[in-house]
Structures are given as structure tokens and as C-alpha cells.
Design a protein around this ligand. Structure first.
Ligand SMILES: [Zn+2]
Length: 349
């Protein structure tokens, strides 16, 4: 993984400059150079000590998403998380999300949880602390912390019932095992909205007004009905090896306002995933959308260091389409792990 370097900005002690330190893998060097040619880090939120900040008093709060102010009817009672707990956020709370919006976003997050599916249960923190059990929709594949292991020992118990389900493929030679499972039903467009909500949460206050359309999309009951809108397509990388220690979201801003690329791109990193989201339709980008100019969206590279990739394997990228606004059922979901050793304990006949 890349490390972040923090430097003070001369003459502006209240702000710090952040940049990535790391070497991209050869495969992604060109993409890295192109992306960092267009974009620089504008803001970053991460669930670590450096990024936790005190919250505003409830009586001073205004909801960023619906503009509700603290009042008798809206008391900001709920403990709103700045990033979803289900992606590993423990401590970062929000002081700009009202109770009504919190409950709406909670619905979107149920779809996100189902989309992430078994990966959450396979995560190291669950192997260690437990608390989460994955059961496939047909209840024949179960992943949970091994209840015989001590609390602080990371050990999972994986149950596969009914052999004809072929829940896993063992590749002993290459020391890999792939689990084949099914995602619980989810609404792709709600998954998109969960990511969009994360992206709009990383905006500094002064940029919120530039995204009226994006905030409206987040609240809308129906998405716009274009069948092939590139907005709803997200790039994702999956990297082998250890997961990101805690979730992190980075807001990238274009360096030159005259470039024909979107103003902001958001990079969302959690578990073993890196998602790329384009914040839709910034007010100051309007000039680009005249029907003549071609706007391109540069791909973010995976911010996985070369040495890390050499040790654990290359990140793999693909594109996901979250356009569909109805339940997607029985979608196949494969998760591959490397292992060091295994013992075959089948009973001999
Ligand atoms: Zn609200």
C-alpha cells in the first residue's frame, strides 16, 4: 500500500498538504502518471487518530443532505457514521446528517451489505472479533468466527453443506482456494447511492453547493432512466494480501480547471477493495457538457505499492454497473484466497 506524506503549507499553518508515497507496479505506472497529472488530493477522511475530529454541538447542526436545521422536530438524535460501519468504520461520526437522512441512508447500506456479501465475514476483523455471520441465501454455506477459538485469535469456521453445491475449488498446486457463493439480493442503484453518500461526505463545506444535482440524486426515489449512463459504472480493484487497516476515502480535485475531466474523483478504500466514483455534475464543470466536447474520466490506479504487489500478487481491476433500480437476485460471487498450507482430514474408508 502507498503511504501518505503530510507536509505543512508555508504561510498556512491551519492546512496540511497530503501526497502519496509509493511506487506503482509496472502494469499501472502509466495510469498512475496520467491520473496524478490531472488530479491532486483535495481532502481525505480515514478512521484513524489523525482524522478524528470533534463534532459540532447538536444545536448548531445543519444536515448537509436535506438542509434540515436542529429544531424541535429534528434533533439529530441518531449516531450517524461518516462512513458506514459495515466497511469497517468504528469511530468516525458525522455532525451533518439528520435522523431522517440517516434512516434513508441506512436502507441504501442494507443493499451495500448484501452486495459486499461474504467478503465482510471473511474480513480479518471478523475472524478476530466475530459478530458477523454470513449465510448464503439457500443457507448451505456459512462463514463465521470459529466459536471454539479464543476471542483474540483470528480463526474462521466455514461450513459447506450438501456437496452438490460445489462451494469451493481447491487448487493445491498454486495454493489457492476459491469459494463460490451467492450474494443476498440487492438493489444495485442503492449500492451506487451508498457510494455516492460516502463521496459527498468527504466534500469540504465550501464545495457542497457545487453539487446540487448529486445531492438531489441521493434523495430521489427513482434514478434517471437512461439505460447506459456511465455515471453508474464504477471501477473497482481487488488486491490480494492483507486488507487496508481501516477505511479511507480520498477526494481528488483536478489541478487545472480548464481540463476536460470531471472536477472531483473519489477513491474509496476498504477491506481489499478500491472503488472509483466520479462525483456527478459539478456546477463549475457545466461548460464541458455542451454536447460537442468530449469529457474523459481518467482511471485511478490502485494505490498498492510495488513491493506489496510483488509479495502478495497483483491487484485486478474490473468495472461494475449499478444502473439497475430493482432487486438483483442470486448473483454469483467468487472469492479467492491464497494459503500457505493445508491438512486433509477426510476420514479414510
Ligand atoms: Zn437530512
Amino acid at each position: 500500500m502507498f503511504r501518505l506524506k503530510y507536509t505543512e503549507i508555508p504561510g498556512n499553518p491551519s492546512k496540511i498538504n497530503r501526497e502519496f508515497i509509493g511506487n506503482p507496479t509496472n502494469e499501472f505506472t502509466e495510469m498512475y502518471e496520467r491520473f496524478t497529472g490531472f488530479y491532486a488530493i483535495k481532502n481525505l477522511i480515514a478512521d484513524d487518530e489523525l482524522h478524528r475530529r470533534p463534532l459540532k454541538l447538536k444545536k448548531d447542526r445543519i444536515c448537509r443532505f436535506c438542509k434540515a436545521k436542529y429544531s424541535k422536530e429534528e434533533k439529530f438524535k441518531s449516531k450517524a457514521h461518516l462512513l458506514p460501519e459495515l466497511i469497517g468504520n468504528k469511530y468516525l461520526l458525522s455532525d451533518f446528517e439528520c435522523d431522517k437522512c440517516n434512516s434513508l441512508f441506512g436502507k441504501y447500506e442494507n443493499d451495500l451489505a448484501n452486495f459486499i456479501g461474504v467478503s465482510r465475514a471473511f474480513n480479518f476483523s471478523n475472524a478476530k472479533a466475530g459478530g458477523l455471520k454470513f449465510k448464503s441465501p439457500d443457507k448451505t454455506f456459512i462463514v463465521q468466527k470459529d466459536y471454539e477459538a479464543a476471542d483474540d485469535i483470528a480463526k474462521l469456521r466455514i461450513e459447506s453443506h450438501e456437496q452438490e453445491n460445489n462451494h469451493f475449488t481447491l487448487d493445491a498446486e498454486n495454493k489457492k482456494v476459491t469459494f463460490h457463493t451467492i450474494r443476498p439480493s440487492y438493489n444495485p442503484n442503492n449500492v451506487y447511492k451508498s457510494f455516492l453518500k460516502m463521496g459527498l461526505s468527504v466534500l469540504p463545506d465550501e464545495l457542497v453547493d457545487d453539487y446540487e444535482i448529486a445531492f438531489a440524486m441521493l434523495q430521489s426515489k427513482r434514478k434517471n432512466e437512461e439505460s447506459d449512463n456511465p455515471l453508474y459504472k464504477l471501477n473497482v480493484y481487488v488486491h490480494p494480501g492483507p486488507a487496508f487497516p481501516s477505511p479511507m476515502i480520498i477526494l481528488f480535485e483536478k489541478k487545472e480547471k480548464t481540463e476536460m475531466v470531471p472536477m472531483h474523483i473519489v477513491c474509496i478504500m476498504f477491506h481489499n477493495y478500491t472503488y472509483q466514483l466520479t462525483l456527478p455534475l459539478n456546477k463549475t464543470d457545466k461548460w464541458m457538457f455542451d454536447g460537442i466536447k468530449t469529457v474523459t474520466v481518467p482511471n485511478i490506479p490502485p494505490f498498492i505499492d510495488k513491493h506489496f504487489a510483488e509479495k502478495f500478487g497483483m491487484p485486478k481491476g474490473h468495472r461494475l454497473n449499478f444502473n439497475l433500480d430493482e432487486l438483483k437476485r442470486n448473483e454469483k460471487h467468487d472469492v479467492t484466497f491464497s494459503f500457505e498450507d493445508f491438512t486433509d482430514t477426510r476420514l479414510s474408508e
